[in-house]
Design a binder for this molecule. Structure first.
Ligand code: ZN
Length: 156
């Protein structure tokens, strides 16, 4: 069971839709474990890193890759790191765009852990003005395996 692969795919496609209509026309390409040589001897093994590739549907934007690294400790922090990476790529491709938009403001929302849950929040007024779950249904303290188990029950 590659829970981390499935989670990374869900996470990435969720974030692409959260970026909104102004965002790049990305679709998810390959989602794979990153092969890594930890030993320095050419002895390759699987790392806990998943690489997600984004491809532009129109071809207007270049393909980019982001990483999802789950160390088993804090799923929230892992989600934030990936959200930051996707946001950085999006803003780089569409300079000046508020991605994702903060409703009623001209700036983007930022990814933060709020009450143990990863959210997009207003960069100026915080969750009091705007907050949206990055991973719908992710509860405080839930592990990746627990989340995927519940997700599969909900969607099967
Ligand atoms: Zn705001």
């Amino acid at each position: 069971m590659d829970d981390d692969i499935d989670f990374a795919r869900l996470l990435a496609s969720g974030i692409v839709s959260q970026l909104g209509e102004q965002g790049p026309d990305w679709e998810i390409g390959s989602v794979e474990h990153q092969e890594d040589d930890f030993s320095g001897t050419g002895d390759f093994s699987w790392s806990p890193t998943v690489r997600v590739e984004f491809r532009s549907i129109s071809g207007e934007y270049e393909s980019v890759g982001v990483y999802f690294v789950y160390n088993g400790v804090s799923l929230g922090d892992s989600v934030i790191a990936t959200a930051d990476g996707i946001q950085d790529h999006a803003v780089e491709m569409i300079p000046g765009a508020a991605l994702p938009p903060c409703p009623g403001h001209h700036h983007p929302a930022v990814a933060r852990v709020v009450d143990d849950v990863p959210k997009w929040v207003c960069m100026k007024d915080g969750a009091a003005h705007f907050s949206e779950d990055i991973v719908p249904g992710l509860q405080p303290g839930m592990t990746l395996a627990e989340y995927m188990r519940r997700h599969r029950v909900r969607t099967s």
